[in-house]
Design a protein. Structure first.
Length: 317
């Protein structure tokens, strides 16, 4: 019966893709009231994400529940996602976990990755690292970019799974090629360090640039570090942009440039400002440089105790 709405659903999907959400909503609504599960799911998604309308979690839940009960796995996944992000684990953690599990058991890729995160962190269930790895692997094999990224992290860190640099690199690349921003940054690091692949600084720059353009401030800082020697002025621009976006690595890089006049005039005051920011954000090299500044009285009143304190903080890392 609901199949009679498939043609109008296809038209609505095109409108949705083109971001004409209000027009798409008219098509979805008619089909949704007629029991068309995919349209009900889209109705829920539109109200959940506030696409062309005000965000309305209760309305979203109404439509997502109907679609999920009709067996539409994307709705089950989105309903879990809504419970997690709108209401939190303390209030709806158990329900979110159960819904992720339901969709994951039916091979929904993103739900598999989310279920892996639940088991890894003990959210809505007991922590179980073996099950976390199992679901990350399944998500990755189903083509989910976040699952591929999480699995790569497992192989990189050697905590849940035995360390395997080649597998880490391979899965980072798979996720990065799908546009996963954090995976792009990690892939850049792999090329930079020669982790799981041959060292290739040109490829490292490419992937750091892609991640940086997509909003990863730490990746932009890494790119600045790579080009600092040959293009110091451009490196300073990138350090500044990333530092202002909150990257502690960039804050250190910018402070270092101001201290030694790399691509910018020496400025003791600006050097201290950025080195302090980076040091308080846990960057070891920034702590060491800040210690040296206190010892030398560079840009700040000499203070032997502060110099010793920051050196000790750095040595703890």
């Amino acid at each position: 019966m609901a199949d009679r709405f498939d043609e109008s659903f296809a038209e609505a999907e095109q409108l949705f893709t083109d971001k004409h959400y209000m027009e798409a909503l008219r098509y979805y609504r008619k089909a949704a009231y007629g029991g068309h599960a995919p349209s009900q799911c889209r109705m829920g998604e539109i109200y959940y994400r506030g696409l062309g309308v005000k965000t309305h979690p209760i309305e979203a839940i109404n439509w997502l529940k109907q679609s999920s009960e009709a067996g539409y796995d994307q709705a089950t996944y989105l309903l879990a996602h809504l419970y997690e992000h709108c209401f939190g684990w303390d209030a709806y953690g158990g329900q979110a976990f159960q819904l992720y599990a339901k969709a994951a058991e039916r091979d929904h890729p993103a739900a598999c990755a989310a279920l892996g995160l639940c088991y890894r962190a003990g959210l809505g269930t007991d922590q179980n690292l073996e099950l976390a790895a199992k679901w990350f692997l399944k998500a990755a094999e189903l083509g989910d970019s976040d699952g591929q990224f999480r699995l790569a992290c497992c192989y990189r860190d050697g905590v849940i799974l035995e360390s395997d640099p080649e597998k880490a690199f391979s899965w980072f690349r798979s996720a990065a090629e799908q546009g996963h921003v954090d995976a792009m940054a990690c892939l850049g690091t792999c090329y930079d360090l020669g982790f799981g692949t041959e060292r290739d600084l040109s490829e490292a720059e490419i992937w750091f640039a892609k991640a940086g353009d997509a909003g990863n401030a730490d990746a932009l800082a890494c790119l600045a570090h790579l080009i600092e020697g040959r293009e110091p002025e451009l490196a300073v621009e990138k350090y500044r942009k990333a530092a202002e976006a909150g990257s502690a690595l960039a804050q250190y890089g910018l402070g270092h440039c101001y201290r030694f006049g790399k691509g910018v005039e020496v400025s003791p005051e600006k050097a201290i400002k950025w080195l302090k920011n980076a040091a308080y954000n846990g960057v070891k090299d920034a702590m060491m440089e800040l210690s040296q500044c206190y010892a030398e009285g560079f840009g700040i009143q000499a203070n032997e105790k502060e110099a010793e304190r920051w050196e000790k903080e750095a040595l703890k890392i």
